[in-house]
Ligand binder design. Structure first.
Ligand code: THU
Length: 135
């Protein structure tokens, strides 16, 4: 079980990453931190595009950065946005997170007011399609 102090520390890092969001279209800034099974911390922010559909969410930016730098499984994902309650990741991000989520996976959702929500992989994406289904 992750401590409240650790949650706050990681949310703070995601808030720092959020400052680098490129959002001229939505103006909705999101920050993320991914921790892989080796303990590496990788940050991400959302990066939008004039061709709107090419925009990338913060948590997928962080996951793709991590995988491209050699991370195998992901133990923790933190996402923060300026929402009323803790931010809720889109379905596409949930599917991508599930692809790399390790055994002891924890998802931490937060907003800028200090509200947080901690979830398991199954809570994040119940009965999701998984790489195991292909074997
Ligand atoms: N967005 C994220 O980066 N993560 C989320 O969990 C929710 C939505 C981004 C996508 C887009 O750049 C902006 O927020 C508005 O949808």
């Amino acid at each position: 079980m992750i401590s409240q102090e650790r949650v706050q520390e990681l949310v703070h890092k995601a808030i720092e990453a959020r400052k680098r969001a490129y959002t001229p279209y939505s103006k909705f800034n999101v920050g993320a931190v991914v921790i892989d099974t080796s303990g590496n911390e990788i940050t991400g922010c959302n990066v939008e595009n004039a061709s709107y559909g090419l925009s990338m969410c913060a948590e997928r930016t962080a996951i793709f950065k991590a995988v491209s730098e050699g991370s195998d499984a992901i133990e923790t994902v933190v996402v923060v946005g300026d929402t009323e309650g803790p931010i809720s990741p889109c379905g596409a991000c949930r599917q991508v997170i599930a692809e790399f989520a390790g055994e002891d996976f924890t998802l931490i959702l937060a907003n800028l007011n200090g509200d947080t929500k901690v979830m398991t992989k199954e809570e994040m994406l119940p009965y999701g399609f998984s790489p195991k289904d292909l074997t």
